[in-house]
Design a protein around this ligand. Structure first.
Ligand code: IMP
Ligand code: MG
Length: 456
């Protein structure tokens, strides 16, 4: 994308957009905003567990498996190699957009993406039931879309890829092998019916399915802009998130490169997206979670229901321990702070600046690795004076006048977040509409912080 900075016009080629919390930070909205200047937008991991909500003048769109570039003319939206794709659901998603006349860009699906099968959904339920029956505290609270099992089969080397649907010569053989691994499932869909359905949907989707890395490498050579649209979030990363309460992919900046085939040396910008507060769907540590009236307030004002499952999200305050951690993990070059309007009208706004451990030690930038330890931390809060409600008048004023119209208390909050994470807050989102996004500029150069693991 192109944007002006102190040195004049700057040209950026590859930008990763990463969720900096537990998902649902508004990555779809920020990616859509950046996509106005992009040529390609690539979804690099996950599958129909994601729900990226975008409010267009024509109405609300929730994208599950398509990259949000498909909503913009002149942009190619790639469902990338790192994904696990439910082909039938993908076809429905494409048809829905076509019917609403919202499919303005081009759809491309990677041949390397793995296929998420009905069997994986059964297996997801089987796994959750198993965890639950052993100990309810082990339940992950997955979206039950089959994501985990599809990645398990990918790494088991008996997965089916999109290329196998489009060129189905080996499909029968691959399905035989896969079915042989599923003897523990009762009533899987009959193998022959599944093969026929896959051949069918494969022939209909064939026009979209291609090798995608060469397209991106060419784009880089030509200086076209690429956005890698992360799904889920860094704290749901299978290795660096709150294991085992995580998803099965790598929703980090590094994962976005693996999931697209773009080499690390081509990466220019990493935008971390965080709400001005925090939410989490599903189980797992969430030290800043709030219940009671305040929890209800955030749920209601933030409209915090899962775009995919409709589950109410757990709500809480911004957690700087986690934000500092993911900033280092992903190498954020800028932050986008979203849903600032939701907090409008509160007298004071808590921010978690550290955790006190059971041992009495504190940490400010590196969370415990074991969920059982995590459950014992006590968040340490600082309180910030709140900002006024985001009336229509205030929104219009910000659209007209830009940064100077942002309420002083909110500016102070954003400066504090930037100072504490050492990452400039470059984007502010203060409403659901496409226009309710403000570019704040690059801010001062930043320096790395020293990490102190809490165990030392
Ligand atoms: P799975 O990805 O369906 O296996 O679910 C694993 C965990 O990640 C659960 O806690 C889900 O609620 C969470 N999760 C998966 N996708 C998303 C997302 O797009 N937004 C928020 N949470 C998600
Ligand atoms: Mg979502």
């Amino acid at each position: 994308m192109r944007y002006p900075d102190a040195a004049g016009e700057r040209f950026t080629t590859v930008t990763v957009v990463v969720g900096a919390q537990f998902g649902d930070e508004g990555k779809g909205k920020i990616t859509d905003y950046l996509a106005a200047h992009a040529r390609f937008v690539v979804r690099t991991g996950g599958g129909p567990n994601a729900g990226h909500t975008i409010h267009l003048p024509q109405g609300k769109v929730v994208l599950h498996q398509l990259a949000c570039g498909v909503l913009r003319a002149g942009v190619t939206g790639i469902s990338g190699p790192g994904m696990v794709v439910d082909p039938a659901a993908l076809e429905t998603e494409i048809l829905d957009l076509q019917q609403r006349d919202l499919l303005k860009g081009e759809v491309v699906v990677s041949e390397r993406a793995h296929v998420l099968l009905p069997i994986h959904q059964l297996e997801d339920a089987w796994e959750e039931d198993l965890r639950n029956s052993k100990n309810p505290a082990e339940s992950v609270g997955t979206t039950r879309r089959g994501i985990g099992p599809a990645y398990e089969d990918r790494y088991g080397r008996w997965g089916i890829r999109m290329v196998d649907l489009v060129h189905p010569a080996d499909l029968g053989q691959r399905l035989d092998l896969l079915y042989a691994t599923k003897s523990f499932l009762t009533n899987p869909p009959p193998r022959d019916e599944l093969e026929a359905a896959l051949r069918d949907v494969g022939s209909r989707l064939a026009m979209y399915v291609r090798p995608t890395e060469p397209m991106l490498w060419n784009a880089i050579s030509e200086g076209s802009s690429i956005i890698l649209e992360g799904a889920q979030s860094a704290l749901l990363d299978v290795d660096f998130g709150t294991y085992p309460f995580v998803t099965s992919s790598h929703p980090t900046a590094a994962g976005a490169l693996v999931g697209s085939g773009i080499p690390p040396s081509e990466l220019d910008e990493v935008v971390g997206v965080a709400k001005a507060y925090a939410t989490r769907v599903g189980a797992g540590p969430f030290p800043t979670e709030v219940g009671g009236e305040m929890g209800e307030f955030l749920l209601r004002e933030g409209n915090e229901r899962g775009a995919t499952t409709g589950r109410p999200r757990r709500c809480g305050w911004l957690d700087l321990v986690l934000l500092r951690y993911v900033a280092r993990l992903n190498g954020f070059t800028s932050l986008a702070i979203t849903k600032a309007d939701v907090l409008g009208g509160l007298d004071e706004i808590p921010i978690c600046v550290g955790y006190r451990m059971e041992s009495g030690e504190t940490t400010t930038d590196y969370p415990p690795i074991q969920a059982s330890e995590y459950a014992k931390v006590t968040p340490i809060y600082e309180k910030f004076p709140g900002w006024p409600p985001f009336t229509q008048r205030l929104r219009e004023k910000i659209r007209r006048e830009g940064t100077q119209a942002v309420p002083g208390a909110l500016k102070r909050f954003l400066r504090y977040v930037a100072q504490e994470t050492r990452v400039p807050v470059e984007y502010l989102s203060y409403g659901a509409e496409r226009d309710d996004t403000l570019w704040l500029g690059r801010g001062a150069p930043t320096h790395p912080v020293t990490i102190t693991p809490w165990t030392t």
